[in-house]
Design a binder for this molecule. Structure first.
Ligand SMILES: Cc1cc2nc3c(=O)[nH]c(=O)nc-3n(C[C@H](O)[C@H](O)[C@H](O)COP(=O)(O)OP(=O)(O)OC[C@H]3O[C@@H](n4cnc5c(N)ncnc54)[C@H](O)[C@@H]3O)c2cc1C
Length: 446
């Protein structure tokens, strides 16, 4: 491929394997791939040029926002790195909150920092380095999901570079189907160079971290019961992972966030949990929202991540039987993880067909998986774990694509109900009929 024309038409850096800075440029939070060329776009025109170049070269356009998905670790394509498009502009809104315009390559930690200075917030994810792009386009389950819904539910408009390299301003009035598709249909429809969100007033949050030891079953049941009646300001998670760091506290963790600064309200909501044997208070207090977001280190390129046997599911009813299946999975092997995040509240207020996101009646999102470590997991054990996961999955109502590390080209069919998929395929046919943007949970144009 002759990239010489690209080097002159684009004002950002264009990097090939022989160029200085290549290794750093191809590394991402998900790992390191070997694309044909990397274009570090510096403005809107660069994005159009890079897209047109990919189309003319008949190479896949690989769009990188925050770089946390497996797509940017693949070994070909024109990688369009949006990281320089990281602006965050807050525009006042007479109805309260604010309209916020965010560059397509921004990361949530930086966004939260700027918004907190304006006394507003958007429900993002739990990790600072995750991209606004991938998280929002796939849905986005965050710490205010019960108060305000998914990140995608707060999206009111976008600027998009199409597969033709054209720039489109997307609003509910101008392109309702395209905006619908961007609220959970992934990066299938073009490069989003700017996301427009409606933010909410948020001075601070109350953050709680509780240690958990002993049998997970009664504690998960109590957490479920608390969330069934809790005010929607409360969102919580339960995480049980093997301790990587010997100095870290052993056992599982319940984390909870109250959208607002009313510590008494959070304590009252969590009171049934705080009284339980096996639950201890590690921290409860008022925090700035950016301070509760986690850091995710860049992986060591020489230490490939182990495989993962398991998956995630959206759960309508977290009954005792399902809790037992998760707890038994975790107990059956030490190198495993179970993870729950509460839904409901504002997430469930959204009509099913208002966005592509599946299972709006889910009350929990949950994951279980074991690390496929050579020497620890043989074929028989792998089969047993796959069976244990299948017994969990059969009780779920669908899968959340953003937490799936697969690059299986058919996976999107498992994510969306058939009617949603047909509607996404029609939008795809309008905006990307030749499927230039296929490095995502891919929707085939129809
Ligand atoms: C440590 C960690 C924590 C996480 N926490 C959460 C969480 O709390 N909640 C949650 O819901 N999810 C969470 N996720 C999942 C996360 O939402 C997905 O991994 C998401 O795809 C990451 O987006 P990204 O922009 O960082 O990744 P990328 O790999 O850059 O992008 C992911 C996909 O989106 C496309 N894309 C990205 N930006 C654009 C754009 N501007 N225009 C068009 N297409 C674009 C890419 O082409 C790719 O297909 C987490 C993941 C990790 C690794």
């Amino acid at each position: 491929m002759d990239i010489a024309p690209l080097r002159t038409s684009v004002s950002g850096a264009v990097l090939a394997a022989e160029d200085q800075g290549w290794d750093a440029a191809r590394a991402s939070h998900a790992g390191t791939g070997r694309p044909d060329v990397i274009v570090r776009v510096s403005n809107l025109d660069d994005v159009s040029e890079a897209v047109r170049f990919a189309a003319a070269s008949r190479r896949p356009a690989v769009v990188r926002g925050g770089g946390h998905s497996a797509w940017s670790t693949l070994d070909d394509g024109v990688l369009i790195d949006l990281s320089a498009l990281d602006s965050v502009e807050v525009v006042g809104d007479p109805e309260g909150g604010a309209l916020v315009r965010i560059g397509g390559g921004a990361r949530w930690g930086d966004v939260a920092q700027v918004l907190s200075e304006h006394g507003v917030g958007i429900s993002s994810g739990d990790t600072a380095s995750v991209g606004v792009g991938g998280l929002t386009l796939g849905g986005g389950i965050g710490w205010m999901v019960r108060a305000w819904g998914l990140a995608a539910d707060q999206l009111v408009g976008a600027q998009l570079v199409t597969a033709e390299g054209e720039v489109v301003e997307v609003t509910e009035a101008s392109h309702p189907e395209l905006l619908w598709a961007l609220r959970g249909g992934g990066g299938n429809f073009g490069v989003v160079t700017r996301f427009d969100f409606r933010a909410h007033d948020l001075a601070a949050v109350v953050w709680a971290e509780l240690g958990v030891s002993g049998d997970a079953r009664p504690i998960l049941a109590a957490l479920r019961d608390v969330l069934a009646t809790a005010p929607r300001e409360l969102t919580a998670s339960y995480m049980d992972v093997p301790a990587m760091d010997p100095s870290a506290p052993a056992g599982a963790t319940i984390s909870a966030c109250w959208a607002g600064d009313d510590e008494g309200a959070l304590r009252a909501a969590l009171a049934p949990l705080l009284d339980l044997d096996g639950v201890s208070e590690r921290e409860i207090g008022v925090r700035a929202y950016p301070d509760i977001l986690l850091d995710a280190p860049m992986p060591d390129p020489d230490q490939p991540l182990p495989g993962f046997i398991g998956g995630n599911t959206l759960v309508r009813k977290l009954d005792d039987d399902l809790i037992d299946r998760f707890a038994s999975f975790r107990e059956s092997t030490p190198a495993s993880v179970i993870f729950f995040r509460s839904l409901g509240g504002a997430f469930g207020d959204v009509e099913q067909d208002a966005t592509p996101f599946p299972a709006r009646d889910a009350t929990w999102f949950a994951m279980a998986g074991a690390f496929d470590i050579p020497g620890l997991v043989d074929d028989a054990e792998r089969g047993r774990l796959e069976g244990a996961w299948a017994a969990i999955e059969e009780r779920g109502q669908g899968v959340y694509g953003n937490f799936s590390t697969t690059t299986d080209p058919d996976f999107a069919h498992r994510m969306y109900p058939a009617t949603t998929m047909a509607r996404l395929a029609a939008v795809k046919a309008t905006w990307d009929p030749r499927n230039l943007f296929a490095r995502n949970h891919n929707v085939i144009p129809a």
